[in-house]
Ligand binder design. Structure first.
Ligand code: CNA
Length: 418
């Protein structure tokens, strides 16, 4: 079994061979508020948190606009050859978030070239909260806008308490307050989600392993069997004590109306099946044992790689497999010198980066068409109360045929070899 671990029990869990759990590495903030990995063993995130002058989450959400990228042109050398600069560069851990000024650009061109040469046909994506910030959902750790910087309103003693199952057992309100903001339905997928769907559309996506709980990968039309929601989702709910299933819609109605959903069997609190620290990861997560050894490209996007076991998962592709990090900062193994051979990164705003990636691949117009048609169909479906579910709109999209083709290719059980 795999479990989600908090930083506090990470060491203990490393000695466990049978259970993998979600964990978050210690992390400190530098004087300028940016992320920096703390190797000192400091575990109490809350003690490191600076007092925020503006606790308004709404305002922070509105500030979460896409910022410009500062490395234009680096990946488009005159000779059209990929620059290798990125392979040997890693940003200082305490560099400000506009680290894209660094010479770490170039990874995109290299990977796009490999893809165009047909050398990447089993692409794995490991995604985190950074892919959804452009949809207006704050991540955890971005200074100022991240949820960890805005926890005053949730009244928790330390940030990770909000996803701590023992804490939830005593006081579910902080999580339910957060859940109200995160519940799928009020946010739409953005260009990045549709880029991943385009990987699928092109028949290149082996699987996306997302740590997100917003469900936007599925909302944008990536079929279920191509998505591993490693930290669960709001799609189902159950009793946090006896695991008796509870209708997810009823749980949502209760939570949205500030009522605590209660188990009909044991009367304990029901929670959406979002994986908390100390809880088992979904069975589907174990697909990684088949997927990662056969991947020929790994794209890591929008994650701080601070939560186990996903953080370590990225190290399980074969050593010859190229890995591309798309993030605002260098994280995990990409934050070390020298970079592993075959590692590339492109630092900066993710949506900007992914648009450039799509341009290099010649996919931009297709993605925009796909996005337009899918979003239009989805809005149409929402407007009409009798409409079919959002995912059913795929068949009506302009790319319906091809997507259906790849969908049917991929619609085999996730236990298949794919
Ligand atoms: P995190 O620790 O907050 O890291 C996010 C990373 O993305 C950071 O390195 C950011 O710098 C980077 N980032 C954020 N926005 C952008 C951007 N626009 N451009 C480039 N980079 C950006 O979140 P992780 O995903 O690493 O941690 C996993 C946690 C977060 C999981 O347990 C999730 O459940 C949880 N989470 C999920 C959501 C969601 O479902 N959308 C939102 C918030 C937290």
């Amino acid at each position: 079994m795999s479990r989600l671990r908090s930083s506090v029990d990470k060491k203990a869990s490393q000695t466990s061979v049978n259970r993998i759990t979600r964990s978050s590495s210690s992390q400190a903030r530098t004087h300028d508020g940016t992320e920096s990995r703390a190797h000192s063993g400091l575990g109490c995130y809350g003690k490191q948190r600076r007092k925020q002058t503006d606790p308004s989450l709404a305002q922070n959400l509105s500030q979460m606009s896409v910022s410009g990228q500062n490395c234009e042109g680096t990946e488009t050398r005159a000779d059209g050859e990929p620059s290798l600069e990125g392979q040997f560069f890693t940003s200082e851990p305490d560099q400000p978030s506009h680290a894209a000024k660094s010479p770490s650009c170039g990874g995109l061109t290299t990977i796009a070239r490999l893809m165009k040469l047909g050398r990447c046909k089993k692409v794995l994506v490991v995604a985190g909260a950074g892919i959804s910030t452009a949809s207006g959902i704050p991540d955890f750790r971005t200074p100022g806008t991240g949820l960890y910087a805005n926890l005053e309103k949730f009244n928790v003693p330390y940030p990770e308490a909000i996803f701590n199952i023992d804490y939830f057992s005593n006081d579910p309100q902080p999580f339910f307050s957060l859940a109200k903001a995160l519940y799928p339905g009020s946010h739409r997928p953005n260009y990045i989600h549709y880029f991943i769907r385009m990987l699928h559309h092109k028949g290149l996506l082996l699987r996306v392993y997302t740590q997100n709980i917003d469900g936007l990968e599925k909302v944008c039309g990536i079929p279920d069997d191509k998505v591993v929601e490693a930290h669960g989702s709001f799609a189902t709910a159950s009793c946090h004590l006896c695991y008796t299933p509870f209708p997810a819609e009823d749980a949502k109605v209760d939570i949205m109306n500030d009522k605590v959903p209660v188990c009909s069997f044991c009367s304990a609190t029901v929670k959406p099946d979002v994986v908390f620290f100390g809880e088992d990861l979904p069975q589907k997560y174990f697909l990684h044992t088949k997927d990662f050894p056969k991947a020929d490209l790994l794209i890591i996007m929008g994650t701080s790689l601070q939560i186990e076991p996903c953080a370590s998962l990225v190290n399980t592709v074969r050593s010859s497999v190229p890995r591309l990090l798309l993030n605002r900062h260098a994280v995990g193994a990409f934050d070390q010198v020298p970079l592993r051979r075959g590692d590339h990164m492109e630092l900066g705003d993710l949506e900007v980066t992914v648009r450039r990636f799509a341009d290099l691949l010649g996919w931009n117009h297709e993605i925009q068409d796909l996005m337009r048609s899918h979003e239009a169909a989805s809005i149409g479906a929402l407007v009409s109360c009798c409409s079919p579910p959002l995912t059913a709109s795929r068949g009506r999209s302009s790319d319906g045929d091809t997507d259906s083709e790849t969908d049917s290719k991929s619609s085999t059980s996730y236990n298949s070899n794919q």
